[in-house]
Design a protein around this ligand. Structure first.
Ligand code: FES
Ligand SMILES: [Fe+2]
Length: 380
C-alpha cells in the first residue's frame, strides 16, 4: 500500500459512511507516511511536552525529539517559556542532550559556542577573525510555545494558530479539578518500541483494560464499562468511562457525575489528561522515530493532598504506580508493533466499546489532508 492509498483510506474516516475499521497496518510501518506525518502532523501541531512545574525555575528545560526534530523548551530569565531548536548554528551539534535539567547557558559540546536562555549567541571562541560572521545575528531558531492551565505545548510552526480556543470546552469540563492549582508530584519519561499511533489509539479506549490491566485497572474501570466520547474539534476530544464504584475525593469538590466517571481528554496528536477524583494524570505520546515513542507524563494533585507528607515518599509511590500501569501498556503495545509488521496483518472491526479510536483516526485524517499545502495522495 503506498502512501497515497493509505491517506485515501484515512480520508474515508471523515465521510458519513465511514466503516468502523482499524487503520491499515501499513499506516504503522510506512516510511512515506511517517515522512508525511513529520511534515503535516508534527510540523504544525501543538504537542504536549511538559507540565509547567517541571519548568518553574529560571533555566529549567526539557529537551526531546518531536518526530525526529530536536526541541528544547526553557524558562527564560524574563520568566517566559521559550521553545527553540537546539541545533547549533556552527556545525549542527544539538547544544543540549535529550532529557531535563537546569542551566544558565547552553554550551555546545562540540566547539563550545554558548547560547543564552533566549537562544541568542553569547559567545563563540576564535571567531573574531572571520569577518563574514555576525554573532549578533546568530540565534537558535524559535518554535511556538503555549501554556494552557499548567500544560506546556510546543508547535514547530512558529506562526501556528493558538491552541487555547480549541480547549475552551475541555477547560469548562475540568473546572472542578482546578488544574492551575494542582502540583506535579511525580513525572516520568519512557521510550516505547512502537509506532506513536499504536500508543495513541490505545490511550483512546478503555476496552483494553481487561486484557492489559486485569489486576490494576480492571476492578475500577472494567474494559466493558459504559464509555461515551465527544469531539470538540479536530484537536480536542474526550472520553467518559463509568467507574465500577464512584470515587470519594478528599479535597476536590466534585459533582456526582464527576465522582462516577473517569474523564479522558485528548489534544491531538500526542497529549492526554485523565481526571480521576483528586488526581489528574497527563501523558504525552510523542514519536521520536517511525517505531519509537517517547512517553512523558506526570501525576498532579491538589497541594492540600500532600501537605505535611514526605514529598519524596509521595513521588516514589506515584512513580511506582505509574511504572506498573505504563509497563503493562508498554509490553502489550510493543507486541502489537510486532503484529503490525507481519505480512498477515489486516484491518479489523472495532468494538462499540472503543469509539474514541475513531475520533483519533478522524483527527489524523484531518491533519494529513488539511488544505493549506500539498499533501500526499492529493490530486495535482
Ligand atoms: S557545532 Fe556547536 S560549536 Fe561547533
Ligand atoms: Fe492501558
Amino acid at each position: 500500500m503506498d502512501v497515497g492509498e493509505i491517506v485515501a483510506e484515512l480520508g474515508r474516516y471523515l465521510g458519513p459512511d465511514a466503516e468502523e475499521l482499524s487503520l491499515p497496518p501499513a499506516a504503522f510501518t510506512s516510511p512515506e507516511l511517517w515522512q508525511a506525518e513529520q511534515e503535516r502532523v508534527f510540523g504544525r501541531s501543538w504537542v504536549l511536552v511538559a507540565h509547567a512545574d517541571e519548568l518553574a525555575e529560571t533555566g529549567a528545560y526539557v529537551a526531546l525529539s518531536v518526530a525526529g526534530e530536536p526541541v528544547v523548551v526553557v524558562r527564560g530569565e524574563d520568566g517566559a517559556l521559550r521553545g527553540m531548536s537546539p541545533v547549533c548554528r556552527h556545525r549542527l551539534m544539538p547544544v543540549v542532550e535529550e532529557g531535563s535539567g537546569r542551566t544558565d547557558v547552553f554550551t555546545c559540546p562540540y566547539h563550545l559556542w554558548r547560547y543564552g536562555l533566549d537562544g541568542r549567541l553569547v559567545g563563540a571562541t576564535h571567531m573574531k577573525r572571520n569577518p563574514a560572521f555576525d554573532p549578533s545575528a546568530c540565534r537558535l531558531p524559535p518554535f511556538a510555545v503555549e501554556e494552557w492551565q499548567g500544560f506546556v505545548f510546543v508547535n514547530l510552526d512558529v506562526n501556528a494558530e493558538p491552541l487555547g480556543p480549541h480547549l475552551r470546552r475541555i477547560g469548562g469540563d475540568l473546572a472542578n479539578y482546578r488544574l492551575p492549582e494542582l502540583t506535579q508530584v511525580a513525572g516520568w519519561t519512557e521510550e516505547w518500541h512502537c509506532n506513536w499511533k499504536i500508543a495513541v489509539e490505545n490511550a483512546h479506549e478503555n476496552y483494553h483494560v481487561m486484557g492489559f490491566h486485569p489486576e490494576t485497572l480492571q476492578p475500577t474501570t472494567p474494559g466493558g464499562a459504559e464509555t461515551t466520547v465527544r469531539s470538540d474539534s479536530p484537536w480536542a476530544d474526550s472520553m467518559r468511562v463509568r467507574y465500577a464504584t464512584p470515587l470519594e475525593p478528599m479535597v476536590l469538590d466534585l459533582t456526582e457525575e464527576e465522582r462516577a466517571h473517569l474523564y479522558g481528554f485528548f489534544v491531538f496528536p500526542s497529549g492526554s489528561l485523565a481526571a480521576s477524583g483528586d488526581m489528574v494524570i497527563w501523558l504525552s505520546l510523542i514519536p521520536s522515530a517511525l517505531d519509537r515513542t517517547t512517553v512523558r507524563g506526570g501525576v498532579l494533585m491538589p497541594s492540600a493532598m500532600i501537605e505535611g507528607q514526605d514529598r519524596e515518599a509521595v513521588r516514589k509511590e506515584a512513580e511506582a504506580y505509574a511504572a506498573v500501569i505504563n509497563g503493562e501498556d508498554r509490553r502489550g503495545l510493543e507486541a502489537v508493533q510486532r503484529g503490525a509488521v507481519s505480512r498477515f496483518a489486516e484491518r479489523g472491526h472495532l468494538s462499540p466499546k472503543e469509539p474514541g479510536v475513531l475520533l483519533f483516526y478522524r483527527s489524523l485524517a484531518h491533519a494529513l489532508l488539511r488544505e493549506d499545502d500539498d499533501g500526499p495522495g492529493r490530486p495535482e
